[in-house]
Design a protein around this ligand. Structure first.
Ligand SMILES: Nc1ncnc2c1ncn2[C@@H]1O[C@H](COP(=O)(O)OP(=O)(O)OP(=O)(O)O)[C@@H](O)[C@H]1O
Ligand SMILES: [Mg+2]
Length: 454
């Protein structure tokens, strides 16, 4: 916007000046140099100040937004600890800085217009006096004065417009730079978004990871190291291992959210690449470690991202039944599936949220179901019921389950024990129970035993 404003105003200025040059070149030079020169001078006086104000505002805005997100994310802890004050102070200080800097930049961009008005009309007075005193005749000079006054009157707003647009640009340089940095290297909207239907990548035989390495950009050491894993279609596999072992990272690789640095990830022999990962993801239902809920109806949460008119209520109900959620919805929620569950599901318990997550993953009836600690917030009886329901899907779906509670994995065809980004053991529940020291230690929550075993 400032750029278009600058362009259009330059156009106006150009014609006024050309007209003045045509009528009276000397007058034209005087007017343009005084007005233009003054604006230039003011700009150079303030430009570094403006850039600094803009930088500060940008930095303060980042902090302000961060504080807001964090406070809402940790509201309960903050209230219990009575630590709201510190966040409030950071928020206020930064909010004040933002408003203050914006006010100052506004002042800088508007102030010259008043000074220039004085200058222009003071100039008219001086000319009138000059002609009166020196030339002793006003009659001949009236047209010149009128011309001067009129061109000043037209020129000033145009120059002021250019000036305020330039100050606005200068003030927002930090924002523009940051945007440009964030957007560079980002591709256009993926083509797949434009077409509503992505065809699922064929998956008939197996998912295979071979010698996969992965390191997070910020980390020195790879989180996943030389890991190879084959999952046959319709197999149920379990992933277990100590916290921080790399289980969620491994699952993110399988989900196509991360790409291996080295090694390959194939489905039926087809490498999963950034180009076809959306097709692969069509096959997957995923229940994350913490389920996000939006401030919408229960049905809309189960069919996340599906427009209201397109929600398939039958599928919602089937998914809710498997997740052991249906009875709760029918008996306890006043409006059933239409009940709005509040921002981030604040009106629900942890276990209810997790079951919504499971129902969401099952809504599209995907051939692959990936669960990261999906049943950890459920009480024993509800967990058993959910596992029972998911067990009924076994043999019809490929199921990948991460669990800390080993009984959750009892029915898996194979359990992989992960530690420090490697598979250290694998086998069925019974096999591992017999022979694995890690397994025994974890089953007994025996910390020293686990350390010894690892
Ligand atoms: N986004 C990230 N950036 C940098 N390091 C990360 C990131 N996410 C995880 N890590 C690191 O990678 C390692 C493995 O993390 P991961 O989440 O895969 O563990 P996990 O096995 O799922 O643990 P848990 O059982 O606690 O969920 C950890 O040491 C962690 O610090
Ligand atoms: Mg995890």
């Amino acid at each position: 916007m400032p750029l278009t404003q600058i362009l259009s105003r330059i156009f106006v200025v150009f014609f006024i000046v050309a007209f003045l040059v045509f009528i009276d070149p000397v007058l034209a030079v005087i007017i343009t140099t005084t007005l233009g020169g003054s604006y230039l001078a003011i700009y150079f006086l303030f430009q570094s100040r403006l850039a600094k104000l803009g930088d500060e505002r940008f930095a303060a805005n980042v902090i302000r937004s961060k504080v807001v997100t964090e406070v809402f994310g940790a509201i309960k802890e903050l209230k219990v600890l009575n630590r709201e004050r510190a966040f409030f102070d950071v928020f206020s200080a930064n909010a004040y800085k933002i408003e203050n800097n914006m006010a100052t930049s506004n002042l800088i961009s508007n102030l010259p217009s008043y000074i220039m008005e004085c200058l222009t009309f003071g100039g008219i007075l001086i000319i009138v006096l000059y002609f009166l005193l020196v030339k002793q005749s006003l009659g001949n000079t009236l047209p010149v004065i009128a011309l001067y006054a009129f061109s000043g009157y037209r020129l000033m707003p145009a120059l002021q417009g250019i000036f305020s647009a330039v100050t606005l640009l200068r003030f927002n340089v930090a924002v523009v730079n940051s945007l440009q940095e964030s957007l560079s290297g980002v591709a256009d909207v993926p083509n797949e978004w434009k077409t509503s239907e992505v065809i699922a990548l064929p998956f008939e035989r197996k998912i295979q990871l071979s010698s996969v390495f992965f390191a997070y950009p910020s980390a020195e050491f790879p989180v996943i190291q030389n890991l190879s894993l084959t999952i046959e279609k319709n197999q149920s596999i379990g992933l277990m291992g100590p916290t921080g072992a790399g289980k969620s990272t491994l699952v993110d690789l399988i989900l196509g959210l991360l790409s291996p640095e080295k090694g390959s990830f194939t489905v039926d022999g087809t490498p999963v690449t950034p180009g076809n990962k959306l097709m692969w993801q069509r096959n997957i239902g995923f229940v994350p470690q913490s389920v996000f809920l939006s401030d919408d109806s229960l049905a809309a949460n189960i069919a996340l991202g599906v427009t209201r008119e397109d929600i398939d209520y039958r599928a919602v109900e089937i998914a809710a039944k498997i997740a052991n959620l249906h009875d709760f919805v029918i008996t306890e929620l006043p409006e059933g599936y239409e009940t709005v569950i509040g921002e981030r599901g604040i009106r629900l318990s942890g276990g209810q949220r997790q079951r919504i997550g499971i129902a969401r993953a099952l809504y599209h009836d995907p051939p692959v179901l990936v669960m990261d600690e999906a049943t950890s917030a459920l009480d024993g009886i509800t967990e058993e019921a959910v596992i029972q329901a998911i067990r009924n899907l076994a043999g019809r779906k490929t199921i990948i389950t991460i669990a800390h509670r080993l009984t959750t994995l009892k029915d898996c065809d194979v359990i992989f024990v992960i530690d420090k980004g490697r598979i250290v053991e694998s086998g069925t529940y019974e096999e591992l129970r017999g022979g694995s020291a890690i397994f025994k230690a974890m089953a007994k929550s025996d910390v020293q035993g686990l350390k010894d075993a690892l």
